[in-house]
Design a protein around this ligand. Sequence first.
Ligand SMILES: Nc1nc2c(ncn2[C@@H]2O[C@H](COP(=O)(O)OP(=O)(O)O)[C@@H](O)[C@H]2O)c(=O)[nH]1
Ligand SMILES: [Mg+2]
Length: 112
Amino acid sequence: MASPQLAHQQQQQQPITSSRKLVLLGESAVGKSSLVLQFVKQQFDDYRESTIGAAFLTQTVPVQQGFIKFEIWDTAGQERYKSLAPMYYRNAHAAVVVYDITSSVSRLLAFG
Ligand SMILES: Nc1nc2c(ncn2[C@@H]2O[C@H](COP(=O)(O)OP(=O)(O)O)[C@@H](O)[C@H]2O)c(=O)[nH]1
Ligand SMILES: [Mg+2]
């Protein structure tokens, strides 16, 4: 049976995982889901079905002190889902506002 001291040492060696809530915002079809897919699975699809409401994905990244688990909310962007956006960015640690550099409209709608 492990001594309390050994158990304490083992506990200390456990990597620390902290969670961070991340949200992607921006018009639809600007590439939000593609960015998330690349970050989570290192994949790219030429054809991505548009997101309904929002999609939730996670990705754990090693850092010096342990791991950071990103809890990612990939929002839909369509006008009809606008009222839902605050639900996703509330309490978020970071928001990524995405626009399509070939579409000035998507830039205007993202940053005003
Ligand atoms: N050419 C090009 N197409 C992209 C890029 N990123 C995404 N797409 C395509 O643009 C479309 C919309 O992407 P999607 O990720 O679904 O956008 P979302 O609606 O903002 O989530 C898809 O057909 C993607 O394959 C990019 O960097 N370059
Ligand atoms: Mg999407």
